[in-house]
Design a protein around this ligand. Structure first.
Ligand SMILES: NC(=O)C1=CN([C@@H]2O[C@H](COP(=O)(O)OP(=O)(O)OC[C@H]3O[C@@H](n4cnc5c(N)ncnc54)[C@H](OP(=O)(O)O)[C@@H]3O)[C@@H](O)[C@H]2O)C=CC1
Ligand SMILES: CC(=O)[C@H](N)C(=O)O
Length: 252
């Protein structure tokens, strides 16, 4: 794949899986996250294993100015981004809406919605100009229906669906494509962060079921990116076989 792929949140889980998959197919990668050590390790791994070019662009996606400066700093040969994977995201806590922390919800909303929107706003105009581009947003099954203690996270992922659908409408007279990938249970660092570092609670989320991995979701992201140009995968809901909805899971 002779394309430049920009992935936010590439230091872990689904984002790192996407980096590995696109690298295995020969793409050039711009990788973002805050953890520079992890990004450096991934760059070294991908360059060694696949002989691809990797450019690191570490910044906090919530920092609009840092995002703008980072993108403006891209060397000429890295500027024509073909695929934007808006993946960086998180939730903190599983509190009832009437009891949770407004400060933590600010972090969640700023990362999952406002940063995704800012990255889109910064990168998509260039794609329109070049008449080439694909925006792949990582939404969630959580955006389809609220679940107990998940209202704010679910609302952010419902927003990702609305932003993806709206962008697709706004780009309908261009060759650009917009995809919303909606994973179910995927074992990554997500639950460790949700439960504020409590590994036991995080492990319980995946108990009795074989969850998906970041690599599984990366396969679907790559599939959406590699169908012929006249095809647009608008949305994909991808979950483990023993999961039926955001909350109905059969555990053995
Ligand atoms: N795991 C799951 O079950 C599911 C996850 N998702 C979604 O998938 C996406 C990826 O999550 P997942 O891989 O599971 O979780 P991880 O916690 O493993 O990875 C999250 C990534 O986002 C990055 N990130 C978080 N905040 C910021 C920030 N402010 N600026 C830049 N990067 C940031 C982290 O890097 P760093 O800390 O280095 O900045 C990390 O690379 C999220 O949008 C999540 O909502 C959707 C459905 C299911
Ligand atoms: C992390 C996710 O989005 C997952 N589908 C969940 O809400 O548990």
């Amino acid at each position: 794949m002779d394309k430049i792929v920009f992935i936010t949140g590439a230091s872990s889980g689904i984002g790192a899986g996407c980096a590995r998959k696109f690298a295995s197919q020969g793409a050039s990668l711009i990788l973002n996250a805050r953890n520079v050590d992890k990004l450096n390790g991934l760059k070294e791994e991908l360059e060694k294993q696949y002989g691809v070019k990797v450019y690191l662009l570490p910044f906090d996606v919530r920092d609009r100015k840092a995002a703008m400066v980072a993108l403006e700093s891209l060397p000429e040969e890295w500027q024509a981004i073909d695929i934007l994977v808006n993946n960086a995201g998180l939730v903190i806590g599983m509190d009832k809406e009437q009891e949770g922390s407004l400060d933590e919800w600010d972090i969640v909303i700023d990362t999952n919605i406002k940063a995704l929107l800012a990255m889109t706003r910064l990168i998509v105009p260039g794609m329109v100009e070049r008449k080439r581009g694909h925006i792949i947003n990582i939404g969630s099954i959580a955006g389809d229906a609220a679940y107990p203690g998940g209202s704010v996270y679910c609302a952010t992922k419902a927003a990702v669906k609305a932003l993806s659908d709206g962008l697709r409408i706004d780009l309908v007279d261009t060759p650009l494509r917009v995809t919303n990938i909606k994973p179910g249970l995927v074992e990554t660092n997500f639950s460790v962060i949700r439960f504020r570092g409590d590994k036991e609670k995080a492990d319980n989320v995946y108990k009795g079921i074989r969850p998906l991995t970041g690599d599984d979701i990366a396969e679907t992201v790559y599939f959406a990116a590699s169908v012929p140009e006249y095809m647009q995968i608008a949305e994909m809901l991808v979950m483990p076989t023993y999961q039926a909805t955001g909350t109905i899971v059969s555990r053995k």
